[in-house]
Each structure stands twice: as structure tokens, then as C-alpha cells.
Design a protein. Sequence first.
Length: 219
Amino acid sequence: MKSNFKIILSDAKAVVARDPATPSITQAFLFSSGLHAIIGYRFCHWLWQKKWHICARIISQFIRFLTGIEIHPAAKIGHNFFIDHGMGVVIGETSIIGNNVTLYHGVTLGGTTVFDKSGKQLNKRHPTLKNNIIVGAGAKILGPITIGNNVKIGANAVVLHDVSDNRTIVGVPAHIVNKTTSSPESFMAYGSCARDSDPIECRLNAIEQEVLRLKNKIK
């Protein structure tokens, strides 16, 4: 339990470091519903590890009622975890979250039913988030996929596939934000794109430009 107290303290420090509206650890413990949910989860997870599953689930449901945040006691969550605002956050049973991860309100780490080649249902149904990840408000990360280190996920994105390290992804379904490149192939594919622009928007702009060029040629 002593190690759990250290982890909870690191979670409180993460609130102060990442939330300008919370200037002190005291205010974090008093007013941060996200921190309240995390503290409850840490205790429920400890009960779950002791095989007191029903007790863990009962307390978890009570914490959900109080905070509006649902974290399954079996989920595995690392240090310096921060849930900003938090209302509507759902973290499923087989979710794995690394260190220094930030979730905004409405985020879902949801499960899907997955079968192996022989038709047997797999136990891992929820996402794995590695370290130093920011997940924007309302984003949905679904299935046993892996989100790499240092990834940023935009608000309301729907992530259905693995994401490699150091990426920014947005949209429905989520896609990697394009980076500026001077190669002719990239220009033909995306048009003239600014840094960190949406690749789908770039393609639509390129198509629009090509249609106008062809109309003028026909005239």
C-alpha cells in the first residue's frame, strides 16, 4: 500500500503540473474529480489484485456515481496519470495505460470482441496506451490496439488501429496528421499543405484545384 500512496502523490502532482486551475496539491485533493476517481481506482485495483473482485466492483460503481468516471478495477494504469474534468471517461477492463498520460473528458478506452485464427475469443479487448500520451476530449480508442509513445490524439477522434510513436492523429476514423515535405509525390498526393495540416483536407483541396484546371482547359 505504501507504493500506492507514492503513486497517488505523483498523480496529485500531475494535476498541479498540467491544470492551471489547480495551483496546489491541497486543491487537487479537494476539487479534482479526476484525481478522486484515480484514488478510488488505485484502491479498487489493490482489492482486485487481492482477488476481492466483488468488493472492488461495488466500490468502483460507487466512485463512478460520485465522479462520472468509470475505471474498471482490473485496468492497469501507470504513474502521473491525469484526467482533466473527467466526466464521461470510460476505461475498460483490459486497458493498459503507461506513465504521464493525460485524458480529457468524454474519452473512451473501449473494448471489441476479438477472435484468433482458430475462432477462440481473446481476453485482451481494450487498448494499450504507452507513455507521454495526450487524448483529447471525446476521443474513442477501441479494441486491443497499441498507441505508441508521445502520441497526441485530437478531440472526438475515433482510433481503430495501432499508432506508432511520435504521431499526431485526428478525425473519424483517425488518421495521421501530414507533415510538410517538398517531394513531388507528396505534392501530387496532397496539394500544397501547411505543416500539421489534415491530409484529407489537403487531398480535397488538390482535387478541387485539379477540377478547376480541367474546366479551364476544356473552355
